[in-house]
Design a protein. Sequence first.
Length: 172
Amino acid sequence: MNMPSPYDVINADHFTAGALGEPGQRVFYLQCRGDGVLVSLRCEKQQVGALGESFARVLQELPERTLGPVPTDLELALPVEAAFTVGGLGLGYDADHDRLLLLIEEFVPAEEPDDAPEAAAARWVLTREQVHAFVARAEDLLRGGRPLCPLCGRPIDTEGHTCPKTNGHRPH
């Protein structure tokens, strides 16, 4: 049997994603608090988006029930100090307790030596209400970034954008 990780949160009272910094320079985090611990994990914007989409699909597949109050305080709790960088994400559902499980594995570069310490992991147990709020929060975070080029879909920086679809002739 695996020992619990110091990053596990079984009785979450706060679960969110957030970003610090200006668009184009933002650093994204997943964060969970409960059981007397606050865990912040650095992640990529795409991971927040994929997690939000995956949670939305899972919520649609669960047996329907009336939701309780959905959390509204979704700002990152301070201090934000990343315990590790997110590599893999996995989802599960505990039908007996009607809880969603988020399994998170640390990103480990491929060039790590064989004798490197074992990658960190976290297991967060969440309510439907927390996950429902997270889905909306993830959508808001993704919309809060730089505007996208209508031709190529890449972000447009404040200095402009040289679109590859125009062979670099027309900056946006």
